[in-house]
Ligand binder design. Structure first.
Ligand SMILES: C[S@@+](CC[C@H](N)C(=O)[O-])C[C@H]1O[C@@H](n2cnc3c(N)ncnc32)[C@H](O)[C@@H]1O
Length: 233
């Protein structure tokens, strides 16, 4: 089973545009009065951040190697704001793709904690820095907490992020951590995801299905950090 495709399909199928926006923390909205210039969402998926900002004058750019995610994002934008322009790139991020654009707002939401796709974080951030405008604001959302020995995810503290965005070059302008019970959003996702995996494994016994699904939901830690840094120069 192609997990990325399944994630894109389930997200599109079960989350309305409103739910996707309202479950997401988007502290860029604190600066709404000042919005101008270019915004880039790196690893955009179905970009809750852009969906929330469609009414603003920003020029949107979104990049994701997962073509399905980009198609779903375009469909959501067309539904919410028909004709709204967005530049999309269906490939992994590299600064060389943007020789002429400098970005005032950059989003990396649920991207940096992906261990396999993001093996060298410092190099990656240095490359992103090449396309920042002076004073650019960078929003990062990541899994929070202690390392759980996962092959797929790394877990961050706020201090880890402060090291990635050192104070010689960035001011930290927002940091928040969410703890606690999984939001309803993630539980619904887990139910649908497990159902597909269990169907594929031909597990039909309802009790066993419940046990496996509960174990999946309990094993997930939904704590997250939302962090914003501003490029000083
Ligand atoms: C977990 S999703 C997050 C989607 C969205 N940002 C959100 O928060 O809902 C991570 C996305 O990053 C994309 N991705 C992985 N490696 C990438 C890379 N090198 N450059 C750009 N996007 C990447 C994946 O295809 C995936 O769609």
């Amino acid at each position: 089973m192609d997990i990325d495709k399944v994630i894109a399909d389930i997200t599109f199928a079960i989350y309305s545009d409103h739910e996707l926006i309202s479950e997401n923390m988007n502290p860029f909205m604190l600066y709404e009065e000042e919005f101008q210039g270019n915004l880039l969402d790196i690893g955009c998926g179905q970009s809750p951040v852009i969906l929330e900002m469609l009414h603003t004058p920003l020029n949107f750019h979104a990049i994701d190697p997962d073509k399905k995610q980009i198609e779903y994002l375009i469909e959501r934008i067309e539904r919410l704001s028909p004709g709204r322009e967005i530049h999309t790139y269906k490939e992994p991020f590299k600064s060389g793709l943007f020789p002429e654009v400098r970005f005032n707002y950059i989003v990396m939401s649920n991207l940096l904690h992906l261990k396999i796709q993001m093996p060298h974080l410092e190099e990656f951030i240095n490359d992103v820095e090449q396309i920042m405008a002076a004073g650019a604001r960078v929003l990062v959302i990541v899994h929070a907490g202690e390392d759980k020995g996962s092959d797929r995810f790394r877990y961050f503290s706020i201090e880890d992020l402060e090291l990635l965005f050192p104070r010689e070059r960035y001011s930290v302008i927002y940091k928040a951590q969410h703890w606690g019970d999984p939001p309803k959003f993630n539980i619904r996702f887990g139910e649908r995801y497990c159902s597909m995996v269990l169907d594929e494994a031909d597990i039909t016994d309802p009790i066993q299905r419940r046990i496996e699904t509960d174990a999946y939901n309990e094993g997930n830690d939904f704590s997250s950090i939302s962090f914003m840094a501003q490029r000083i120069l």
